[in-house]
Design a protein around this ligand. Structure first.
Ligand SMILES: [Zn+2]
Length: 524
């Protein structure tokens, strides 16, 4: 099979996403008063409504409607004041009602968009990006200094409910094939679920991954879901098709399931693009089907041939009146919108003079953005001066440490005050950058303040010009031959002098000051 970059020379991928989020922060289900609780004893949170018993009548959860309107406002959607619930009919044991209550052609949220900043290695997946100059646009993307911005349309966000959970017993790895029997837990049945559908505006697996990441940041910021991809409260399906570069019409798409991490989303899409290219180049046909990404085998396998909307016989739910949202309700929800990640990044740029890149990476996780703000508070009057080095410390060293150790920032001995102290020591030339890395490691390993570590280890870098001047004079006096070589034009000898000075100062001299003083003395 060809590699993705080879495939992209001939083919353009067209990707759309369908992202389901369970509204886990609510107390009760979508159409009944049953409690929402993950991991409870099976079938302890059920009632006639979520079990679909005859005569039971649903009542919409107002807090869930608030959540979806909040999601729509945060993703630049138009909020539709008049919409309805529909029945999507299907028969499967995980839904006792034999239909899922969902929305029809008009959803609560329509016509939104998100702008993605794609930079670094992620930008390299885009075919011939370098043909564009900075500021130039092509289709939905605009070239930036270090990558591009992609404008991605959101078709809609609609309200629906989750099904129950099935457990297959007796087969391999909980699969239905080979199982002797299946169990159903209806605790999850009726959990409020919102589904966001994008326009087919994405062109690379990285763009899909970044979209999902950005949406997750937004949902976490507005507090509507815990967005756990592992536990399935945030789930993503991808629609992929290929067309020849330059072609306008779409190819046949397949739907990809089981992409329950950012890596799986990227890798599953990348594989499927390469698979489709191979089929098409060998003269084969792509079937409209649902495929399952198997991360361990690194391939996609057919689950079922795609059903069409007709198969579900979608029709208006007779037990729920059409829903009317008032302006007052929408404005009340709008007033609850918190600062969103993009707004926070812009504030960091303006208030602290950070680059767009630094600001964006700081707001990627709530944990790091909160830590950065706490550092700026701890830095007091020096906030603007220390912002850039603090941001560097968080984006590089802290993030690398957290990823390697798999721990939360709050669980480490690194407090905002300690981070600021460390950065201040380096900024004032009291320690070198190499020493700063050692102190950083020691703070985490020994749970001590940076000052104390520097003191204990006698690390303090000497920047006092008087002390360094004496050493410089000594070294110059002791090496007349080298001085002569320097004066003959061999300026590389300065490295020898710096080495000698450093040796005399047991590595604690400030190299910048030593270099400056040496250059001045040797030029005399
Ligand atoms: Zn119930």
């Amino acid at each position: 099979m060809k590699k993705l970059e080879e495939v992209f020379e001939t083919w353009e991928a067209v990707i759309g996403l369908e992202i389901h989020a369970e509204l886990t922060t609510l107390n009760t289900k979508m159409f009944c008063g049953c409690k929402l609780e993950f991991g409870a004893e099976p079938n302890t949170h059920t009632c006639p409504v979520c079990l679909g018993l005859p005569g039971a009548l649903p009542v919409p959860n107002k807090a869930a409607i608030e959540s979806i309107v909040l999601a729509g406002l945060a993703t630049n959607c138009d909020i539709e004041k008049h919409s309805m619930f529909y029945r999507k009919n299907y028969m499967y044991p995980d839904m006792a009602k034999n239909f899922q209550t969902t929305q029809g052609p008009v959803a609560f949220c329509m016509r939104g968009h998100l702008d993605l900043d794609v930079d670094g290695p992620a930008a390299r997946e885009r075919y011939r990006l370098d043909d564009l100059g900075v500021g130039e646009s092509d289709g939905n993307i605009t070239r930036t200094e270090d990558g591009y911005v992609a404008h991605v349309g959101i078709t809609r966000i609609h309200m629906e409910e989750d099904a129950g959970k099935m457990v297959h017993v007796g087969g391999g790895e909980g699969r239905i094939a080979g199982a002797t029997h299946s169990l159903v837990d209806y605790n999850r049945a009726g959990t409020p679920l919102i589904e966001l559908v994008t326009e087919p505006d994405l062109r690379t697996p990285e763009e899909a991954r970044l979209f999902m990441q950005k949406l997750r940041q937004i949902y976490l910021a507005i507090g509507i879901s815990d967005c756990s991809m592992e536990e399935g409260s945030l789930r993503c399906d991808g629609n992929v098709s290929l067309r020849r570069r330059g072609a306008k019409e779409f190819g046949t798409k397949t739907e990809l399931k089981n992409m329950n991490s950012f890596k799986n989303l990227h890798d599953g899409l990348a594989y499927e693009i390469c698979r489709q290219a191979e089929v098409l180049e060998e003269g084969g046909v792509i079937y409209q089907e649902t495929r399952h990404w198997d991360p361990s085998a690194k391939r996609t396998i057919v689950m079922r041939v795609k059903e069409t909307a007709d198969d579900y016989r979608l029709f208006p739910e007779p037990d729920l009146a059409p829903y009317d949202l008032t302006d007052a309700f929408i404005e009340r929800v709008r007033a609850k919108l918190p600062e969103l990640p993009d707004q926070k990044a812009r504030r960091f740029e303006e208030a602290f003079g950070l680059s767009a890149y630094d600001a964006r990476h700081l707001v990627e996780h709530r944990e790091t953005s909160r830590f950065f703000e706490a550092c700026m508070e701890a830095a007091g009057g020096e906030a603007a001066k220390l912002a850039k080095p603090v941001a560097n410390l968080i984006i590089n060293d802290v993030t690398a440490y957290l990823n390697a150790e798999g721990v939360a920032l709050a669980a480490t001995p690194l407090s905002p005050a300690r981070a600021v102290e460390l950065v201040r020591l380096q900024a004032s030339d009291a320690i070198s950058s190499k020493q700063a890395r050692q102190v950083f490691a020691a703070v985490l390993a020994e749970d001590k303040d940076p000052e104390a570590i520097v003191e204990e280890r006698g690390m303090k870098q000497v920047s006092d010009t008087g002390a360094i001047e004496a050493v410089v004079a000594e070294v110059i006096a002791a090496n007349p031959d080298e001085v002569a070589r320097y004066k003959d034009g061999n300026t590389k000898v300065i490295g020898f002098f710096v080495g000698q000075c450093m040796k005399k100062m047991r590595g604690q001299g400030n190299p910048k000051v030593i270099n400056e003083l040496l250059a001045r003395r040797l030029a005399e």
